[in-house]
Design a protein around this ligand. Structure first.
Ligand SMILES: NC(=O)c1ccc[n+]([C@@H]2O[C@H](COP(=O)([O-])OP(=O)(O)OC[C@H]3O[C@@H](n4cnc5c(N)ncnc54)[C@H](OP(=O)(O)O)[C@@H]3O)[C@@H](O)[C@H]2O)c1
Length: 288
């Protein structure tokens, strides 16, 4: 039995759908399983059992993990993320779970310039020393997060960033789900650390040019300093301070460390990753 945490979130719901497409049964966890069940499509719901669990409550995790063999571990970013993930690992070890697949992030290192990635490093280290087989997925920026820019682009035709001409990798969350389902159903893939990218990296000027071409009208890129971008994200985009800081750190990482696509996803899934052009075309109405 496979347990999927964060099953109503971006990576968890994609993984659930991919497992269901392979016919693999699962338990899907949420603090609100009724809301989760209502959000699932009928095909996925027929292959999963939604259950209540709160990562702040280790007892609820133990109840949800009992008898399970594998755990897909993903958690929303936030001030308690590391503690919640460590709770999940401890409960999984206690329950005899044999394989944990963790969603991590690029630059998960002790001295990472991205605070969230330093947290992922701590969780990865705990996993490695747990005695349980662990598989780490390190996806780059989710294409789906570009939809957060859609209202601003529709209203003013402007994208704000702080990356200059540096390129960023983007990955479609549905590919993360397919990669997770592959490592959960093919034992020979367990135990690896897998970066996940799309087929090519885009600078902000390249991204806005592509979007403008698809929309048939010019889209402008406004390159800001990191502090200007932070102020813009808080004041104009309404982000909480910690999230604006995270976005700025991620963009600065792309400036100091070149991002380039690799073929890990192809190796895991046997097909090329979904492209940014296809993703934007699919969601173009949101940017009009
Ligand atoms: N966004 C990116 O571009 C990006 C890039 C690379 C890596 N990542 C990493 O990907 C991970 C985020 O994945 P995601 O986008 O799938 O997350 P998400 O959609 O933001 O949230 C996932 C789930 O976390 C669950 N959650 C929150 N608090 C919980 C608690 N106390 N107990 C149990 N569940 C709880 C929520 O489930 P319920 O509300 O249903 O309980 C939510 O559905 C992060 O760790 C991030 O660092 C993100």
């Amino acid at each position: 039995m496979i347990v999927v945490m964060g099953a109503g979130g971006a990576t968890g719901s994609a993984t659930l759908r991919s497992l269901a497409a392979l016919g693999a049964p699962s338990r899907s966890l949420s603090r609100d399983p009724a809301r989760l069940a209502a959000a699932l499509d009928a095909h996925t719901l027929a292959r999963t059992a939604p259950l209540a669990a709160d990562a702040a409550d280790p007892q609820s995790l133990r109840a949800a993990f009992r008898g399970a063999h594998q755990l897909f571990l993903t958690m929303a970013n936030g001030p308690h993320q590391v503690r919640y993930e460590l709770n999940a690992i401890e409960a999984a070890v206690d329950c005899g779970v044999g394989h944990i697949v963790k969603v991590s992030a690029p630059a998960a290192e002790p001295d990472s310039p991205v605070a969230v990635s330093r947290g992922h490093h701590l969780v990865e280290e705990r996993l490695r020393s747990s005695g349980v087989t662990s598989t780490i997925l390190r996806p780059y920026a989710f294409m789906q997060k570009l939809l957060l820019l859609a209202p601003g682009i529709a209203a003013a035709g402007v994208v704000h960033g702080a990356t200059g001409r540096a390129r960023c990798n983007y990955v479609d969350v549905r590919d993360i789900g397919d990669a997770a389902a592959a490592v959960l159903t093919r034992p020979e893939l367990a135990g690896g650390t897998y970066p996940l990218t799309g087929g090519r990296a885009y600078s902000h000027p390249e991204l806005t040019a592509l979007l403008g071409e698809l929309l048939g009208r010019p889209i402008r890129y406004l390159d800001l300093s990191p502090s200007e971008l932070h102020a813009h994200l808080v004041a104009r985009a309404g982000m909480p301070d910690w999230l604006a800081t995270h976005v700025v750190e991620i963009q600065q990482l792309a400036v100091v460390r070149e991002e380039a696509p690799d073929d890990t996803f192809l190796h895991l899934s046997g097909r090329a990753p979904r492209t940014l052009e296809a993703f934007l075309t699919e969601h173009l109405h949101r940017f009009r």
